[in-house]
Design a protein around this ligand. Structure first.
Ligand SMILES: Cc1cc2nc3c(=O)[nH]c(=O)nc-3n(C[C@H](O)[C@H](O)[C@H](O)COP(=O)(O)O)c2cc1C
Ligand code: SF4
Length: 432
């Protein structure tokens, strides 16, 4: 997805923002000197010896992963630090989610903050090797990262080896076991767990896979401490987060928001009059459609979004205009997800293709559409929880929310009528 990066915070209330994108320049990444001017040097950055101190800071800050699942970062760090072999750290910058641009925006603007996080995480778990993984098509971000690494080498910043790796483009390629599979010379497809990455990952070593935004937050927590981190956000979901906003939006882009920001505030800034919207797709393609009126009463935290069956997920929000049909747009995404499966487990090979076909019949409308909702409900029950990775569950969540939120359209389509007058195409990834 190509979108601009909004460096300004979406509300005046968020005066402390941006954090991750602070001082970022629109046309080029921050140099090492500019980075240290902006954030200050961190005495711990240079890959220090194994220590629990940073892990305790991260635990006190309550940092959770920004790559989708929202797992407690300190718990992952501890699991890898306690491993009996020398671990490897992987910064996950693959961002296979087509509707998201937040990780690429971060890597384009403040690569040294990510690299500080990589070096610090490596120091905390006792790793001497780290890899920042990108999708092969992210050529600009790869070039930015290589230049940043060369700059650090010239200034002798890191005491660990950090290298860039490319994995093939694709929706599931950013899943952690898929990255490891690819780094170990296989295809970028998920593998069965256990073993989980922290047990056996790159080259058989215990591996910490952490989203690049998570690592950038970690670098700031190391500098400014947990109390500073918690000074925005909510007690249960502290800090800020990068969110990509797209679709029927006046100002599409990547926003850094305090967790807990009312959705209405974000929309007022990014979208314009919310009456022009039917629904929001919250959390990317593994996310959930939420009716616009309901979304306006929620805040951007999982605790609130759960009441609408949603979660922040990939932290991407797509606004569907009233002129477009939610069923037609969903049908394209569901077909995309079916085609993007690694094609190695039953639920994906048989189930997702059939589900995409039934949803396409529903979107086309008419006689074929009438039986589709019942078929879909039956098949969804058969794919959930059955894959090697969460791909079928993510696709099922999207289908279920589309049937729920676009219930009126489902009825109309069964009678051969569609009220959509205009397409609002969701991005469908880079050609592979
Ligand atoms: C199908 C699928 C695709 C994923 N793609 C990405 C991705 O592109 N980037 C990412 O950071 N995490 C992605 N994840 C989540 C990763 O597997 C992993 O949980 C994450 O990188 C851990 O980092 P975090 O704890 O910092 O969030 C994906 C998960 C699944 C199931
Ligand atoms: S569930 Fe689907 S995407 Fe995941 S590993 Fe199996 S075939 Fe691949």
């Amino acid at each position: 997805m190509s979108s601009s990066t909004e460096l300004a915070p979406p509300t005046a209330a968020a005066a402390e923002l941006p954090r991750l994108l602070a001082g970022a320049l629109a046309d080029r990444p921050l140099s090492l000197e500019e980075h240290f001017d902006r954030y200050g040097a961190d005495r711990q950055t240079a890959g220090r010896s194994r220590s629990g101190e940073l892990i305790e800071l991260v635990a006190a800050a309550g940092l959770t992963g920004r790559g989708g699942a929202g797992f407690a970062t300190a718990r992952k760090l501890r699991a890898v630090a306690d491993a009996h072999a020398r671990p490897v750290v992987v910064g996950n910058g693959v961002e296979g989610e087509p509707v998201s641009d937040k990780d690429k925006a971060l890597l384009r603007h403040t690569p040294h903050l990510v690299l500080d996080g990589v070096a610090l995480a490596a120091g905390a778990v006792g790793a001497r090797t780290a890899i920042v993984a990108f999708a092969a098509g992210a050529t600009h971000e790869i070039a930015v990262m290589r230049a940043a690494l060369a700059e650090r080498e010239r200034h002798d910043i890191d005491r660990i080896q950090i290298r860039v790796a490319r994995v093939p483009d694709g929706f599931v390629a950013g899943e952690e076991t898929a990255i490891i599979h690819s780094l170990n010379g296989g295809p970028a497809t998920p593998t069965l767990t256990p073993p989980r990455p922290f047990e056996r990952g790159v080259g058989g070593a215990p591996t910490l896979v952490q989203n690049v935004e998570t690592l950038a937050h970690l670098a700031l927590i190391s500098r400014f401490g947990p109390r500073w981190f918690r000074s925005i956000g909510t007690a249960a979901e502290p800090g800020s987060a990068l969110v990509t906003v797209g679709g029927a939006v006046a100002r599409p882009g990547v926003y850094e928001v305090p967790l807990g920001l009312p959705v209405a505030d974000l929309l007022a800034w990014a979208v314009g009059p919310p009456e022009s919207l039917t629904a929001l797709l919250v959390g990317g393609y593994f996310g959930t459609w939420v009716a616009a009126e309901q979304a306006l009463r929620l805040r951007l935290i999982d605790a609130d979004l759960a009441s609408a069956g949603a979660s922040l997920g990939a932290r991407a929000i797509f606004a569907l205009p009233r002129s477009a049909c939610g069923l037609v747009e969903s049908a394209h995404v569901i077909r995309y997800l079916a085609d993007e499966s690694a094609g190695q487990c039953g639920p994906c090979v048989h189930g997702l293709d059939a589900i995409a076909g039934a949803f396409e019949r529903l979107a086309r409308g008419g006689r074929d559409a009438a039986g589709a909702p019942a078929q879909l409900k039956r098949w969804l029950g058969q794919v959930k929880g059955r894959g090697a990775c969460r791909h079928p569950d993510g696709a099922a969540r999207l289908v279920e929310s589309a049937l729920r939120v676009f219930g009126a359209e489902v009825e109309l389509h069964a009678r051969g009528r569609c009220q959509g007058t205009r397409r609002a195409p969701l991005p469908l990834g880079r050609a592979r």
